[in-house]
Design a protein around this ligand. Structure first.
Ligand code: NAD
Ligand code: UD1
Length: 335
């Protein structure tokens, strides 16, 4: 019995593979490497000291997926595979609808065919749009501000419809806040293509000298110091949340939407300060205009995750920064 990890060669997937193997699970990684390579899985093998079955394939291709279900006995799927660049999704919406939504539909069809009806889906705090208040609870109204966010919202709806049609399905919608950090070994971590969109990889690349300075997008928000506030969560804590979800999935009697965050927000400048302290490196920055589509504050109420999964994040901002920096300084150019 094995867990299929779609997108398992990516940032969150590779950390989750480590956690699952360490907990005694068998896994099969499935990835088309459109935003990763097999190097991350080779590195995971170094960490866990075990061979990891890796299948190259596309979730939109049922033949690729059927091969996996024919060759392995798959108990449940953790579905990370997807495109995630907000700007690109605005420029190329069809690419996102095809890859993320169509891909998930094909995956679910193949799962159904092979009688595998347990799925943990990578959703995002982006489904809350511009939240009317914080901390954000799971029952808050949902909306999307860009095509990427809309794919997450539609997939959540699609999975709810699948459950209505057949309530043997066990479905967890994990809504991640802002994943950062890396495995403590510094051997695996986040390796974005091109110029990073997200704050932490931009900070680490600035500290290592690949970027001249960080642009801080706006200092006139209604927050502690005017810069945007987010709920940064260590990727290993996030991976442990997936382990808990897999363990609890069989007890779920409805589709479970669960926030995975820490409940604590940090401003951009607080993150910069924490990073400088943890790394002993300066991060030059300039205040620039707001980035369109950004909200002032976004952080989770993580109570529900604690209640239903028995999970809570334990790694603090200092550890997030230390681990991000260890990964970046050991691998200045990524994998
Ligand atoms: P990532 O890009 O590192 O990993 C995604 C993986 O999926 C990559 O290895 C990519 O090659 C693979 N993939 C994409 N399309 C595929 C396809 N059609 N067939 C097979 N493989 C495919 O991203 P990540 O940060 O690890 O994110 C994982 C998931 O979590 C994504 O669905 C993302 O939308 C979601 N998420 C990420 C964040 C974040 O900030 N990183 C926040 C919220 C939600
Ligand atoms: C962004 C996406 C969101 C996606 C998430 C994870 C947008 C509008 N939102 O969220 O949909 O789910 O990434 O991939 O793109 N910042 C800077 N300078 C930088 C980068 C970021 O000041 O160079 C600030 C931002 O304004 C924000 C904070 O840092 O206040 C975090 O930004 P980021 O890491 O991009 O995450 P989100 O905006 O929360």
């Amino acid at each position: 019995m094995a867990i299929l990890i779609t997108g398992g060669a990516g940032y969150i997937g590779s950390h989750t593979v480590v956690v699952l193997i360490e907990a005694g699970y068998e896994v099969v990684v499935f990835d088309n490497f459109c935003n990763s390579s097999d190097k991350s899985i080779k590195r995971v093998e170094e960490i866990v000291g075990k061979f990891i079955p890796l299948v190259e394939g596309d979730i939109r291709n049922s033949i690729d997926l059927e091969k996996v279900f024919e060759n392995y006995s798959i108990d449940a799927v953790i579905h990370f595979a997807g495109l995630k660049a907000v700007g690109e999704s605005v420029a190329e919406p069809l690419k996102y609808y095809d890859n993320n939504i169509h891909g998930t539909a094909v995956l679910c069809e193949v799962m159904q065919k092979y009688g595998c009806k347990s799925i943990v889906f990578s959703s995002s705090a982006t489904v809350y749009g511009d939240p009317h208040t914080t901390p954000i609870q799971e029952h808050f109204p949902l909306s999307a501000t860009n095509p990427y966010g809309r794919t997450k919202l539609f997939i959540e709806e699609m999975l709810r419809d699948i459950f209505v049609a057949d309530n043997q399905w066990k479905i967890a919608l994990l809504r991640y806040f802002n994943p950062v950090g890396a495995h403590i070994s510094g051997v695996i971590g986040e390796d974005p293509n091109g110029i990073p969109n997200n704050l932490m990889p931009f900070i680490t690349q600035t500290a290592i000298g690949r970027r001249e300075f960080l642009s801080v997008f706006g200092d006139d928000y209604d927050t502690v110091d005017g810069t945007g506030v987010r709920d940064y969560i260590h990727v290993v804590d996030l991976a442990l949340g997936h382990l808990k979800a897999v363990e609890k999935l069989h007890t779920f009697e409805s589709v479970m939407a669960i926030n995975l965050g820490t409940g604590r927000g940090y401003s951009v400048l607080e993150v910069v300060n924490a990073f400088e302290k943890a790394s002993n490196k300066a991060v030059p920055y300039k205040i620039t205009p707001r980035r369109s589509g950004d909200v002032a504050k976004c952080y989770a109420d993580p109570t529900y995750a604690k209640d239903v999964l028995g999970w809570e994040a334990t790694r603090d901002i200092n550890q997030m920064c230390e681990d991000s920096w260890r990964w970046q300084s050991n691998n200045p150019n990524g994998y």
